[in-house]
Write a protein of this length. Structure first.
Length: 238
């Protein structure tokens, strides 16, 4: 009978789990890539997790740069808004905006660091902790549902499933965050061509720095692709 006690879970958080078989790492990577590449219903649902990471990146950068964080709103179309108060220009504002599109890739990279260290359950519970902190910042109903729903899934996996399932889920999540960091950048540029908006992250950086928005889109894309390449190497070839 599986021991689902708090003591067991707490012990697992600080225990180094054995490295999973290569087939599991490859299988989860292929599944994650298919979800992102096909752009079907699974992508539309899972993209909410990318939005949480994106807005979480804005929020963390705002706090670290000394801005006053007012709140975060997540929307059903997988867009989001992070509101902070402070100077409307300067390095703090630039860093805050810059952190959004790069955050999912960074989340994936941090996940890889934990996975390669054997901290699979630790990764799941760090995710729960970060989602709980994010929940405190949410200012709309859909945002609450999105964050709580995501946290509930991670909690159920970490509390009620055996180590093999936790490993599968953790690797799938990490691969997904890596691959999913790239697609929104292409969507951003496509949207800028169809319906230019001065409120996109790239165009806000254009106004703040004088560097064209297209250059910032290229930076987002190159940064995230570089992280994906690094992540693939760390997970498969290190």
């Amino acid at each position: 009978m599986e021991d689902n006690s708090f003591a067991r879970v707490w012990q697992d958080v600080f225990t180094v789990q054995p490295e999973p078989p290569l087939w599991l790492v490859i299988t989860t990577g292929v599944i994650a890539l298919l979800v992102v590449a096909t752009g079907g219903r699974a992508w539309r649902i899972a993209r909410n997790v990318v939005t949480i990471a994106h807005e979480g990146g804005h929020a963390l950068a705002a706090l670290l740069s000394g801005r006053q964080l007012a709140g975060v709103r997540l929307h059903s179309d997988t867009s989001g808004v992070t509101v902070s108060r402070g100077r409307p220009d300067g390095i703090g504002m630039i860093v805050t905006i810059l952190a959004g599109y790069t955050a999912p890739a960074v989340v994936g990279l941090v996940g890889i660091v934990l996975l390669t260290a054997g901290r699979i359950t630790g990764l799941l519970w760090i995710s729960i902790l970060l989602l709980a902190m994010m929940l405190l910042l949410i200012r709309n109903v859909y945002g609450v549902v999105s964050v709580v729903g995501t946290g509930a899934v991670v909690f159920l996996v970490s509390w009620f499933t055996p180590a093999q399932v936790q490993s599968f889920f953790a690797y799938l999540f990490t691969w997904f965050m890596l691959f999913a960091s790239v697609r929104p950048v292409f969507e951003l540029q496509s949207q800028r061509r169809r319906q230019p908006s001065p409120h996109s992250d790239a165009d806000q950086l254009d106004r703040l720095t004088g560097v064209p928005g297209t250059v910032w889109v290229m930076f987002f894309g190159l940064f995230n692709i570089a992280v994906v390449v690094l992540g693939v190497w760390l997970l498969l070839f290190r």
